[in-house]
Write a protein that binds this ligand. Sequence first.
Ligand code: NOJ
Length: 735
Amino acid sequence: MKKMFLFILIGSALFAQNKTYTQRADSVLALMTLEEKVGQLVQYSGDWATGAAQGRPSETSDELLKKGKIGSFLNVVSSEKTMKLQKIAVEQSRLKIPLIFGLDVIHGYFSTFPVPIGEASSWNPTLIEKSARMQAIEASSAGIHWTFNPMVDIARDPRWGRIMEGSGEDPYLGSLMAAARVRGYQGKDLSANNTILACVKHYAAYGGAEGGRDYNTVDLSERNLREFYLLPYKAAVEAGAGSLMASFNEIGGVPSSASKFLMTDILRGEWKSDAFVVSDWNSIGELIPHGVAKDRMKAAELGIKATVDMDMETSAYFYHLAELVKEGKVDIKLVDDAVRRVLIAKFKLGLFDDPYKYCNVEREKKTIKSKEIVDATREVAQETLVLLKNEKNILPLSKSLKSIALIGPLVKSKDNPLGGWSALGDSNDVVSVYEGLTQKLGKNVKINYAEGCTILGKNKSGFATAVKAAKASEVVVVFVGEHRGMSGEANSRATLDLPGVQEDLVKELKKTGKPVVVVLMNGRPLTIPWLQENVNAIIEAWYPGISAGIVIADALFGDLNPNGKLTVTFPRYVGQVPIYYNYKNTGRPHDPTNHYTSYYMDLENSPLYPFGYGLSYTTFEYSAPTLSKTNIKKDESLTVTVEVKNTGKFEGKEVVQLYIRDLVGSVTRPVKELKDFAKISLKPGETKKVEFTITPEKFKFYDINLKHVVEPGDFKVFVGTNSVDVKEASFTVVE
Ligand code: NOJ
């Protein structure tokens, strides 16, 4: 009878469509016991039948679900499995509150898209939104409600393996990509059954790890934090992201999972977000080794007081939160606020209306690897390849070649093109480079294949066969790079060279005197000055996903004109990192005539490839930028116009980039800041006019008092094909 009463109560609360999400969440909250509230804040990975994983409760997950002690699972996949657990939660627990299932859908669920750093190289937010949309459609059909993406951490240090998961080093570009991904995952209506909740991570500044070593300490000034690192999180929140993930790192002595500054002051206070925050895996428990909590109980107290709402895997909330409330150490209001935020997300997803809406085996079968999604992996990959070098236009190769050598450990690999975080991605679905090229070339071209060497290891015994294959061919294409497990979480490197003996292999091939083209697959900028100096052409392919072989073959033979641009700076040598384009001038910018200036004695300062860099099979000519005015008031906008002409023989896409520099401020300003860009397509001989509007918002910065203002003064504006090759103009902002 009591059960029946509760059900009716919830029912009437939940189906009152005119109530706001908050009111609806509150109507549920009012019915909950303290233990049930805590349950909503507990997340575990996978379901389990018997025995406790380390630190987990000894009861089975089914028993805990019946008691309402778990609010969310991660890493449970398929509509069948999620359905089974959801049924227990909504049919056997007292309050019937649905579970929310999360998964790392980073660049695809089954159908694998290019890795995020590759996607970002497209400089095409519309395409990135489409990628996220497709990922959501596929994942949602398999019971997934929530992806732990977008990863929006600014990264200036390629030693950090997670640079692969983000959009690179720039806050403006990163913000656009972050918002695009949120829109793609969440769609227009989060309650539709093919949209999923986004989770912006890793909040905050996880990419600032000292020495590029994952999980390491971050120490940033508040200015640096606000000016660079925080912007993409903010953009994602403004785009409506329903959740965020607290990062593992500390900033200035405070780990994020205990940071009231990040969570309460900035996220809830300044950004006015009601998104819920989930910890990273055991990041609440890690407050102990961080040295800010002496035990798990204290860790739970710090976490909830910082408003980290959901505890992923630590069991700190599970074991201690209720006790902390009962002992008066934690105000119940903090718990209520956290539960409300989690419930609001569940309401927004429509789970209270239909908890099984994502669990439809038929839909799952039809959707997984559907043509629409697989086609999209290819469409996206077409914009992610970056042409780094093309001496004497050796590329594209002629289709009338009689022979070609395909050499390297990545030629036949069906696993590596998937990239670092491919969820359920299956190497059988990957079109390898070998398959792509044999399909394209048919029987007319003789393919001489040799692996040459493995990615890792020192064995050169395969070199001789590779050299023989090269000698027997008109042109040599070498596929080298990193193993896909070398980037991503915990995969930091102290060197950035091509691993193993791969560069030695290329050196041997070069000695044959044949033209050598290198195609790279890797998850981070590599130090490849020898390649740049010595081979004829280089394509950075990142990890293109399941359509790898198709797009790479298309690019090599001119059915696709590469149009990606780097969103991360490539250093010449690892000693240059952190290296990024929007650096400060210093009081002693390098002057070759003066020793006492800022430079390396043994290496030039400039990178191998700058931010924004990427060639095309065609050439583009830029006019000088013209400005609508050269004097503007603080609240006025200005337009910058430039004409871009395709002066080559191929149709091509170009990313026209606009940077500004504020010459004198109350605090120092970067030498260049990306403020706008446009990706345009031009036929041979065609000219297009590109117009950018610089609004006052784009001149603003955090002044000496950390106020976000426009300061009058002189500015430079630069327009060009990358952050270095630009044409400039000047203007002045007056009071
Ligand atoms: C740890 C990673 O840092 C985070 O990115 C991921 O979402 C969680 N594990 C869950 O898998």
